[in-house]
Each structure stands twice: as C-alpha cells, then as structure tokens.
Design a protein around this ligand. Structure first.
Ligand code: HEM
Length: 419
C-alpha cells in the first residue's frame, strides 16, 4: 500500500471511495481516500456489492472510541471486514474476539510472557535473529529488505513456542495466506476451497499436533505455558489453546516486519531517492514514528451492541463499525506534518497498536524487534536506493511491503558471521 503523502492536495469524490476494494491499497491511494473522509465524512457508510456494508470511522478520536468502548462496540461479531458475511467461530474463544470481563481473564495469563520484563530477557536472541536478517545485505548485491525481514517475527515466535526453525517459512506463508488470501503470492495450490479457510485449517492442524506433543512432554516454552495456564479457574480447552496460538502467530507474523520495510521505503522517498538515516536518530522516538508511519494494521472492526451515535451519526444495534487505524495515524488534528516521517516526533500519540482493552499484547516484543532492527541497520548501512519497484501486499487489512529490492551502500562495519 502507498504510505506516502496523498498524491493530490484536494480530496476525491466520496462516492468513488471503496474501502473494501483491494485495489485501493495496491493500485490507488488509500491515504487520499482517508484524508477525504476525515475532512468530509468522518463516519462513512461503505456499501458492499453482494455483502453486508459497514461504517468506517477515520478520525483518531472516533477510532479510539470504537476500539476502546467495549460496552458499546463488541469484538464478538467479527473483527475485520474479511469476516463480515459469516459469524466469527472464534468469538468468546480467542482473546481478541472476546469482550471483557472474560477477555480480562485471558489477558492476565496470556500477557505474562509478553510483559516488558519477560520481553527484555529475549533481547540477545532477538539481536542475533536481526543480524541474520541483515547479513544478506553485506554481499554487495541487490538486497530485498522486505523478504529478509519477513522471517524475523516468526523466527522469534518459533523460539518462544519451541518450534523448529525448519517450520518457519511454511508458517509465514500460511499466516499470509490466512490474512491476505487475495494475494496471488500466497495462493495454496493443494486445496480447492477458499485460501483463508484452508490456511486456517493447516495452521490449526499444525498447532493440534504441537499441543498433543507438549501435553505428553511439557517443556519450558510458550505452548507448554499456555497448556498449564489457568483462565478463570480452569485450564484452556484445546479449542481455546489452538485459537490463541493462531492469534499470537498471526498477530506477530504479518505486522512487525512491515514497519521496517515501510520505513525504509519512506526514507527513500523523503530523501529524493537515496534513503539515509537522519543525523539525529533517537531510537525510542524513531521506533514510535516508524510504527505511526507504517501503521501495519489498516483497520479493525467491532459491532454496535445497541443503538448509538458517533459524531452525530446514528448507528443501529448490530451494525459493523470499522476503525481505520492507518487514517487515525495521519489525523491532522493530532499530528503536525502528518505525512512527514520525523524520527524525533514527540509526543507521538499513534494508535498503531490499537487502543483500549485489546491494545496489542505483543507491543513490547514488537518494539524490541524494531529497536534492534533499526540499531543494526543504522550501524551497517549508510544509504540505500530502490533497485526495483516495491511490491505491496494485496489486503484491506494489512499494509504490507512484500518486496523491497534495495541497492545499498554499506558502512565499513561488518556484521559478525553467524555462530
Ligand atoms: C508492529 C507490530 C504489531 C502491530 C502494528 C500490531 C497491531 C495490533 C492491534 C492494532 C491490535 C488491536 C486489535 C483489536 O483492537 O481488536 C493488536 C492486538 C493483538 N496483537 Fe498485535 N500488533 C503487532 C505485533 C504483535 C506481536 C509481535 C504479537 C505476538 C506476540 C501480537 C499479538 C497480538 C494479539 C494476540 C492481540 C489481541 C490482544 C487482545 O485481544 O487483548 N501483535 N495488535
């Protein structure tokens, strides 16, 4: 998806906007559509040919309210527009598709392995994985930064879950097939049914085997922890275990690496073709700005529990309401120069990790991966330029760069060889 400033200063006709159309994110300019909606129609009804329509909120304040106010907007009726036309089988079972107070019981246990303290203990291994991702850049050829980093979150996830590294590539492909089923790169060839459904079943099958194995041989890993964790006074059922392993996998795999590639792409555009690091790059604010800029999750969805209003627009009970996170992160009423990538930006009230009770549980881990990645990139690479056009993920949900071929100028420092 284009993540730069909208190509045109003026808005576009509201009735030309289709937020459910993949082409908006790959061939057209989603930021121009969101900018128009923020200015002219902040609570917009998007009709869908042959399916249920949905409300779309695009201003930051409304996005925070829809994601955060669970008494009015439930997560148990589907959480993305790809889930509109059927009931969500994970409602009440998967943490992300469960409302408080049950949600809180999941969160208390599932949150422990992702607390700031727990995450700090993974730092050394994460750094080593980051170095593996950057090492191919040192061979002097064109380096596809997006492809290299796409493995990183799953490699970290495999380390935490005790899964073999040999399974990482196939799990990454299945995660993308499940969340970006219209992207031809992730088509599943050995299945006749819908791609997302086959991918889901393959991941569920995989975790069923892992869970059976761990039940026989508990180990010191995340899956064993989840098997023994008590949620509301009892252990999770196999269905709850599988759904939550799936959710952790999808949450991690299809998001974090895009914050890196979208930022590299943004830098090439900002500096007239030759990307480089700014003279001053305070790492903490740089990571937050990379998250705001890239907004790897475009939207999440809720359903109104009862009749309500958002910014004077009546919403009926049962209506789907989508919260456009990527638009909120360019809201000009919150951010000065919203289309400028400014690594010193502070304060930075971005909502890349959402808002309210479902605020991303993996945010500390994602920040750790991003911090080490930018540390290593800045230390190793002086400048970079596009060697070919970037390729964007075909998805309404995830803003992803799947290929970013870069010609790079290295600094003299060499990345240590793999041990
Ligand atoms: C830059 C990287 C990431 C971004 C932008 C991101 C974004 C988000 C957002 C916006 C939500 C809110 C969902 C909602 O309101 O319905 C969320 C929730 C979640 N994320 Fe992330 N995420 C990232 C990394 C991760 C990682 C590394 C993990 C795995 C550890 C993860 C696992 C989850 C889970 C399980 C939830 C559901 C939390 C709940 O329902 O309480 N995410 N994420």
């Amino acid at each position: 998806m284009r993540i730069t400033a909208p190509a045109e200063a003026a808005g576009i006709p509201i009735d030309s906007i289709n937020l459910a159309d993949n082409d908006l994110y790959t061939k057209r300019d989603a930021h121009l559509a969101w900018k128009t909606l923020r200015a002219e129609c902040p609570v917009f009804w998007q009709a869908r040919a042959g399916g249920e329509g949905f409300w779309a909120v695009t201003r930051r304040a409304d996005v925070c309210r829809v994601l955060g106010e669970h008494e009015t907007f439930t997560s148990e009726g589907g959480t993305a527009i790809s889930m509109l036309d059927a009931p969500d089988p994970a409602a009440g079972i998967m943490m992300q598709a469960t409302d408080p107070p049950r949600h809180q019981q999941f969160r208390e246990q599932l949150g422990k392995p992702f607390s700031p303290r727990a995450v700090r203990s993974y730092a050394e291994q994460v750094r080593a994985f980051v170095r593996d991702a950057i090492r191919p850049a040192c061979d002097g050829e064109v380096w596809d930064a997006a492809a290299s980093f796409s493995r990183l979150p799953m490699t970290v996830g495999a380390m935490l879950m005790g899964l073999p590294d040999a399974d990482v590539d196939s799990l990454v492909r299945l995660a993308y097939a499940s969340l970006a089923p219209d992207d031809p790169r992730y088509r599943i060839t050995d299945s006749a049914g819908p791609v997302a459904v086959s991918a889901h079943f393959k991941i569920i099958d995989y975790f069923t085997r892992c869970i059976e194995d761990r039940k026989r041989n508990l180990a010191d890993d995340l899956i064993s922890y989840l098997i023994t964790a008590e949620i509301g006074g009892r252990r999770m059922t196999d269905e709850e275990l599988m759904s939550n392993c799936l959710s952790l996998l999808l949450g991690a795999v299809v998001t974090t690496s895009h914050a890196i590639s979208a930022t590299l792409l943004g830098l090439t555009e900002q500096y007239g073709g030759e990307g480089r690091w700014p003279d001053v790059m305070p790492m903490q604010t740089a990571v937050e700005e990379a998250l705001r800029w890239s907004s790897p999750v475009n939207h999440f969805m809720r359903r109104a529990r009862h009749d309500t209003e958002i910014s004077d627009q009546k919403i009926a009970a049962g209506d789907p309401v989508t919260a456009w996170i990527a638009s909120a992160n360019r809201d000009e009423s919150t951010f000065d120069r919203p289309y400028e990538l400014d690594f010193s930006r502070a304060p930075n009230r971005h909502v890349a990790f959402g808002s309210g009770p479902h605020l991303c549980i993996g945010s500390h881990l994602a920040r750790l991966m991003l911090q080490h990645s930018f540390d290593e990139l800045v230390a190793s690479i002086e400048s970079f330029e596009l060697a070919d056009a970037p390729v964007h993920l075909v998805s309404t949900e995830i803003a992803g760069v799947v290929s970013l071929p870069l010609r790079i100028k290295l600094r003299s420092r060499l990345i240590p060889a793999a041990s």
